[in-house]
Design a protein around this ligand. Structure first.
Ligand SMILES: C[S@@+](CC[C@H](N)C(=O)[O-])C[C@H]1O[C@@H](n2cnc3c(N)ncnc32)[C@H](O)[C@@H]1O
Length: 264
């Protein structure tokens, strides 16, 4: 059986048009069907850092493909340059795909790029993707929300949140799951801050690396341990930190060699 899913046609003509495509967490088969459709029809693709190089294989031969990614302070282009490229290609009547990791609405600088397009009246669409935030829960084989235990989920920018005291207000009453992106370089400081703000030191903290990729791996410890010892990053790929009781309650544990420390 070859199931054919009909995708939504381009709004308007699709020319001089930008499709923001959420590329999913890393593995190319987690891309959406509509996202794939837009990539296959693209004349220009501006893409971020890709966990899986097989994305390059689905880029059409006729398309101009430019890497514009930013990883760990290594920026191939400034945000202003990316905004200009998007605008210039769209104004020259091209079908442009702006391929972003995960979902474009989560720490993806989507607002700035939309603003640039709006200034030039360039039509666009946004195609959501699977965020690494939820894909990480699948890697941990847990649920970010749990009846009676975790009624809330928050997503923090681990890179800058330590400098913004206001963002921590109310944390003492938080009962749920915290996902921290871009925070693997500050694990001890983030754990210390969470304890200072009233989260129990015994709360589990997990680091999940290369979510959905070939080298997916995770480590689990407690906030207290993370505060003193950190959590060793095993790969050079991206990682997300999760904090909360939801991590303790994992029905199926993965094989022990994938886990550095497990608390139960
Ligand atoms: C700029 S944010 C973009 C997030 C993206 N928009 C999303 O929805 O997943 C980049 C951060 O997301 C996390 N991340 C993205 N992909 C990941 C992956 N495959 N494995 C682990 N963490 C990932 C890391 O914390 C990384 O520093």
């Amino acid at each position: 059986m070859d199931p054919q899913i009909k995708t939504e046609p381009f709004p308007k003509s699709g020319r001089g048009f930008v499709s923001f495509v959420g590329g999913g967490p890393g593995s190319v088969d987690l891309l959406t069907v509509r996202g794939l459709d837009r990539i296959q029809k693209a004349e220009v693709i501006l893409y971020d850092a890709l966990l899986d190089s097989s994305y390059l294989e689905i880029f059409p031969d006729h398309a101009i493909c430019l890497y514009v990614g930013k990883r760990s302070g290594q920026h191939s282009r400034t945000q202003e340059e990316i905004n200009s490229l998007l605008t210039e290609y769209a104004l020259s009547d091209k079908r442009v795909v702006r391929l972003k990791g995960g979902d474009p609405s989560i720490f993806g600088r989507l607002a700035e790029e939309l603003e640039a397009l709006k200034k030039s009246n360039i039509p666009f669409e946004i195609i959501p993707g699977i965020s690494s935030v939820t894909a990480g829960a699948a890697a941990l084989e847990t649920s970010l929300t749990l009846r009676g235990i975790s009624r809330q989920v928050i997503i923090l920018d681990g890179h800058t949140i330590l400098e913004d005291e206001k963002s921590w207000s109310g944390m003492e009453n938080f009962q749920g799951t915290i996902a921290i992106l871009m925070g693997t370089g500050k694990i001890k400081e983030l754990a210390e801050k969470l304890i200072d703000k009233g989260i129990s030191p015994n709360t589990p903290m997990a680091l999940v690396e290369n979510i959905s990729g070939k080298n997916e791996i995770f480590s689990i410890t407690t906030l207290d341990e993370a505060k003193t010892k950190g959590i060793q990053k095993i790969s050079t790929g991206p990682g997300i930190l999760y904090v909360g009781e939801a991590i303790r309650i994992r029905p199926n544990q993965k094989s022990s060699e994938q886990i550095t420390t497990v608390i139960r």
